[in-house]
Each structure stands twice: as structure tokens, then as C-alpha cells.
Design a protein around this ligand. Structure first.
Ligand SMILES: NC(=O)c1ccc[n+]([C@@H]2O[C@H](COP(=O)([O-])OP(=O)(O)OC[C@H]3O[C@@H](n4cnc5c(N)ncnc54)[C@H](OP(=O)(O)O)[C@@H]3O)[C@@H](O)[C@H]2O)c1
Length: 255
């Protein structure tokens, strides 16, 4: 099993690079059809609640599973990587769908199917690199500047992401499905600060692990969310006459 997973690691990394480049190009022409960008013609739909739970599950399980399969020792850095990655996905798999259950549009089944497959690839490349390809991270890694800077970035990104998602979810009362102009936190500067926080979080994870798989994850997050943030800003400007003109899409004061 370990030998087979070692063999497929490099092809999986090349596949991941190709998926990232294709995603970035494709999403500038096609905005994923969910939420405010939902439209007819994408096949059968399902409740957003189940879509989120099912598609994020492989990501939640990935690091503990690959840690167990690899037989790597339980060091402090290994434990922190598992807590960071799986902690993020525990929130995203269980709490987040429950939190937005009463205020969500349905999703085309195609999207969670694609996201589920992506999470298998992302979970494998990240988990296998950390626990099987890289030599065991020892406690000495905890004082390395890369770990410390990355951990701070990760935490800052997580706070921005969680707070920005909360501001959006607080805009609707149970049963409401309409859209309003958010006025709190980083929403005062950006159309999609939750995406910006998500990107900073995974950039931080890439720095704190110094892993090429995590770097691909950060690049994919940018490829996936930057074009959507751009589409969201355009949508806000077209939908609300009073939408503040100073707000950017994805990066404060820049873009
Ligand atoms: N790592 C990745 O590649 C990746 C990919 C996708 C998402 N994510 C993360 O998953 C989370 C959710 O993503 P998302 O694309 O669903 O975010 P989103 O479009 O910002 O929507 C988040 C929630 O807020 C609601 N909402 C958004 N804008 C609103 C407004 N102006 N007024 C009232 N309600 C509003 C949405 O309702 P509707 O659903 O009805 O629009 C949805 O329930 C984010 O934290 C994001 O970073 C990560």
C-alpha cells in the first residue's frame, strides 16, 4: 500500500498542477453556478446542506487517514498540521452547513461531485507529502521562522475567513434567501473577504509546512476564488446602485 501511494504521488502532483491551471483559466469564462450565480441547465440539484457535508468530508478525514497509513511518528509538528487542516475542515464539514441550512439555495449535483473529487486529490497530495514523502518533522521545526510566520498567517487568514462568513450569514433571517450589502469587518473594503481569508489561511499552511503540495493548495484556492471574487464584485455593482465604489474584489486596496 505504502509503495503504491509513493508511486502515484508524483503523477498526482502533476495532475494537481494541471487542474489548478485549467481551473484558473476556466473560471474567468464560466462562473460556478451556485449561490448568486446559480442558473438553469446544470442538471439535477440537491440541498446545499448535504452538498457541503458530502464534498468536504474527504478533506476532513484526509490528514488523520494518511498519517495512520504512513506509520509516521506522532511529533508536535505532525499533530499541529493535523489539527490545523482537519480543524478547518471540521468547521466547514459539520458546523458551516448546519449554520447556513435555513438560508441556502439548492446546488447542482455536478458541483459537489467535482469538489468531492478535488478534495480526494488535495487530501492525498497534502497528507502523503507531510507524513510519507517528507522526513518526519521534529520539534526543532517549531522554532523555524517558516513555521512561525506560516502559523501566524494561517491564524490571521482563519479569523478573517470565519468572521467574514459570519457577517454574511447574519444578514439573513431564517427562511430568507435575498441578498443585502454587507457593512461589517473586511466587507467594508472587499466584495469577498471570506475568500481572501481562505487564501491567506492556505498560504500560511504552505509556509508553515514548507510543502509543495500545500503550495499547490494555496495556488488552487487563488485559482478557484479570485475569479469568483471578481464575478461577485461585478454582480454587487450591477445589483445595488448604492454599492460603495471603493470596494475591491479580493485583495484590499489592490484588486
Ligand atoms: N478552498 C476553496 O477553494 C473554496 C472554494 C469554495 C468555497 N470556499 C469557502 O467556503 C465558504 C463559502 O463559500 P461560498 O462561495 O458559498 O461563499 P459566499 O458566496 O460568500 O456565500 C456564503 C454564504 O453567505 C450567503 N451570502 C453571500 N453573500 C450574501 C449577501 N450579500 N447577502 C445575504 N447573504 C449572502 C450565501 O448565500 P447563497 O448561497 O444563497 O448565495 C451563503 O450562504 C467561504 O469561506 C469560502 O472561502 C473555499
Amino acid at each position: 500500500m505504502i509503495a503504491s501511494l509513493n508511486q502515484i504521488f508524483l503523477p498526482a502532483m502533476w495532475l494537481y498542477l494541471a487542474v489548478t491551471l485549467i481551473t484558473f483559466l476556466a473560471l474567468f469564462f464560466i462562473t460556478a453556478p451556485y449561490g448568486r450565480h446559480a442558473r438553469q441547465g446544470w442538471g439535477p440539484t440537491m440541498p446545499a446542506f448535504w452538498a457541503w457535508m458530502i464534498m468536504e468530508m474527504p478533506a476532513f478525514l484526509a490528514l488523520p487517514v494518511y498519517f495512520w497509513i504512513s506509520g509516521a511518528p506522532l511529533t508536535w509538528p505532525h499533530l499541529i498540521f493535523i489539527l490545523a487542516f482537519s480543524g478547518h475542515y471540521a468547521q466547514r464539514t459539520f458546523y458551516y452547513p448546519w449554520r447556513r441550512r435555513q438560508t441556502s439555495h439548492r446546488w447542482p449535483v455536478t458541483l459537489p461531485a467535482l469538489a468531492f473529487t478535488y478534495n480526494l486529490l488535495n487530501g492525498f497530495t497534502n497528507g502523503w507529502y507531510l507524513f510519507a514523502i517528507h522526513a518526519p518533522y521534529t520539534s526543532a521545526w517549531l522554532t523555524d521562522p517558516r513555521f512561525l510566520i506560516g502559523a501566524v498567517l494561517f491564524l490571521v487568514g482563519m479569523v478573517i475567513n470565519l468572521h467574514s462568513d459570519k457577517v454574511l450569514l447574519d444578514l439573513r433571517k431564517p427562511g430568507e434567501l435575498g441578498y443585502k450589502v454587507p457593512q461589517k469587518g473586511l466587507h467594508r473594503w472587499l466584495a469577498s473577504p471570506n475568500y481572501f481569508g481562505e487564501f491567506i489561511e492556505w498560504l500560511g499552511f504552505a509556509v508553515m509546512t514548507w510543502s509543495p503540495a500545500a503550495l499547490l493548495f494555496a495556488a488552487y484556492t487563488f485559482a478557484n476564488l479570485a475569479p469568483r471574487a471578481h464575478a461577485n464584485l461585478k454582480w454587487y455593482r450591477e445589483t445595488f446602485d448604492d454599492y460603495p465604489r471603493t470596494r475591491k474584489a479580493f485583495i484590499p486596496f489592490v484588486w
